[in-house]
Design a protein around this ligand. Structure first.
Ligand code: B12
Length: 487
């Protein structure tokens, strides 16, 4: 059968999503025909010039991703989607969707009204199955892993068989929502390598420290043993606990073979391991991985929980090709970290982790959140000061979004739907007003966070003016970011 995957994404936010690429491989292996409608490179009228983009700190490269899209013509999302459907004529449209993109896809479907069957899968339908399925443009949903489900569903649709028994499927019968039982987790070692050929080659564009590499995301594990209150893993673990051990991983051998193949086929030498934390793997596992990865001569970046860093693991990862690490430090206030986010790590563990990474010449970046429940402006400055003291290469900061069924969402009883029943966009996360600051203050701090971290303290009074949402604020931010780049 013909399956059209849909990847809703932000313009030019490149990188191949592991979920769709694995599902595509599995479907192709089972003789289905697969195509993709990907939002990433669709240059719409509103997006043709990203002049509204907030400035950031970066190391310039010979050419940028923007340079690679200059020749692209402008088209609306609806027109591009219609064209794709007319050309490919899918039997099934399979949407992989996170919470923040659901409304965007529904809006597109409402305008285009595809005539074939639709299935929505991925994180959002898994954690909000009823809310997803009650939409009249959604025929089916997939809960949890999609490999076995899609094969069974396509088989049933092809033969005209009954699908009501298929595990991991949600559907509607006479207007009543039915959610089926779940199947055990897949054996990751039995899966084929992800299908990168389905994606535009520009997804492989990887600038790093002023140089351009080829590569993308790769996962060797699924799930996470953590219990962070803001993370979707909490909800996923509850929902999927009957499928098997929640934190599961493939053998080092599978990773080695697949990376080798991706290097040969796509020239990929830079990978971003999208696993929740690479240092959760045991030393023996990493030793096995190192045996195969060292001769491959690749570079990779990964996410690391500061409290899991050990000298022995770091040494192994460095030998394997680790050049970059992102660490979720989330807040510089230990109480907020412990009581609100349930991230039990001390300032000392964070400082030591970063020091060790720097000793190995690994580019470190941090992930931070602001707008936390009960957070004050002073608390945000504790986060800024911690980042400043760490002297890291890059900081990423987000306003906390209380995703459905996360502990934070439940604890603070947050409704993520507006009065029209639409999901409040991630870009409006400040409107949840969880902190002790007003939303505009949180927005201002979001836009200037990196400036506060990068520039000397004596410039903070100027940066404060750049927090403003008006024209002056924006112009000042542009100037300060240019200065910070040189600085
Ligand atoms: C890798 C990753 C990314 C990558 C790739 C994104 C992607 N779309 O796959 C990048 C860096 C681009 C990314 C970006 C973002 N991410 Co992210 N990301 C992850 C991470 C760490 C791993 C996901 C992964 O690859 N898992 C392995 C694959 C195999 O699993 P999977 O994607 O879930 O797919 C399986 C099933 O879900 C299902 N499935 C998937 N699609 C479909 C479709 C159909 C039709 C069916 C039937 C089944 C199905 O089958 C797949 C195979 O079994 C997760 C954490 C996590 N634990 O999930 C966060 C996570 C998914 N990300 C999250 C967020 C918030 C984001 C961003 C919004 C962040 C931001 N502020 O920009 C963006 C959104 C990007 C986008 N357009 O989708 C949240 C989502 C929360 C939510 N409720 O939506 C998560 C859960 C993190 C968290 N801790 O809360 N992310």
């Amino acid at each position: 059968m013909k399956v059209l995957f849909v990847y809703p994404n932000d313009y030019l936010s490149n990188g191949i999503p592991p979920g769709i690429s694995i599902l595509s491989s599995v479907l192709k292996q089972n003789d289905h025909i697969v195509d993709l409608f990907d939002f990433t490179f669709i240059k719409t009228e509103e997006l043709k010039s990203k002049t509204d983009k907030e400035p950031t700190n970066y190391l310039p490269t010979e050419y940028t991703l923007e340079d690679l899209v200059t020749a692209d013509s402008i088209i609306s999302l609806e027109k591009a989607f219609k064209q794709k459907i007319e050309l490919f004529r899918p039997d099934l449209i399979a949407v992989s969707v996170m919470t923040g993109y659901f409304e965007k896809v529904i809006d597109l479907f409402r305008k285009v009204r595809p005539k074939c069957i639709t299935i929505f899968g991925g994180v959002h339908p898994t954690i909000s199955p009823y809310e997803t399925l009650k939409n009249d443009l959604v025929d089916f949903i997939g809960i949890g892993e999609g490999e076995g489900l899609l094969i069974d569903l396509l088989d049933a649709l092809e033969k005209g068989d009954d699908y009501s028994h298929i595990k991991n499927l949600g559907y509607k019968k006479n207007g009543v929502i039915k959610i089926n039982e779940l199947r055990p987790f897949v054996n990751m070692d039995e899966l084929p390598p992800p299908d990168w050929s389905l994606f535009d080659e520009r997804h492989l564009f990887r600038p790093f420290m002023g140089k351009i590499y080829k590569g993308s995301f790769y996962v060797m594990s699924r799930g996470c043993p953590g219990t962070c209150t803001y993370c979707v893993n909490y909800a996923l673990r509850q929902k999927l606990k009957i499928c098997g051990r929640y934190f599961r991983y493939q053998s080092p051998e599978t990773t080695i073979n697949q990376l080798k193949e991706m290097k040969e086929k796509f020239g990929a030498t830079w990978f971003k391991f999208a696993d929740d934390s690479l240092m959760l793997f045991k030393v023996d596992y990493l030793k096995e991985l190192a045996k195969g990865l060292i001769p491959l001569n690749i570079n990779f970046g990964c996410s690391i929980r500061p409290e899991t860093v050990t000298e022995q693991k770091l040494k192994l990862l460095k030998e394997m090709g680790m050049v970059a690490a992102s660490l979720g430090i989330e807040s510089g206030n230990a109480r907020l970290r412990r009581d609100v986010l349930r991230r039990n790590m001390t300032d000392n563990q964070i400082i030591k982790a970063i020091e060790s990474l720097k000793n190995y010449n690994i580019r470190t970046s941090t992930f931070n959140m602001i707008g936390l429940p009960g957070e004050t402006r002073e608390n945000v400055f504790e986060t800024i000061k911690l980042n400043k003291m760490l002297g890291i290469t890059a900081t990423n900061v987000y306003i906390i979004y209380p995703y459905p069924n996360t502990q934070i969402n439940k604890e603070y009883n947050v409704n993520i739907y507006d009065k029209y029943g639409h999901i409040i966009p991630v870009s409006h996360a400040s409107s949840f007003a969880l902190s002790k600051m007003n939303p505009s203050e949180v927005e201002g701090l979001l836009k200037t966070f990196e400036l506060y971290v990068k520039l000397p303290k004596k410039m903070w009074s100027i940066i404060e003016i750049a927090e403003k949402s008006d024209k002056t604020g924006k112009e000042l931010r542009n100037v300060l970011y240019l200065y910070a780049n040189d600085y």
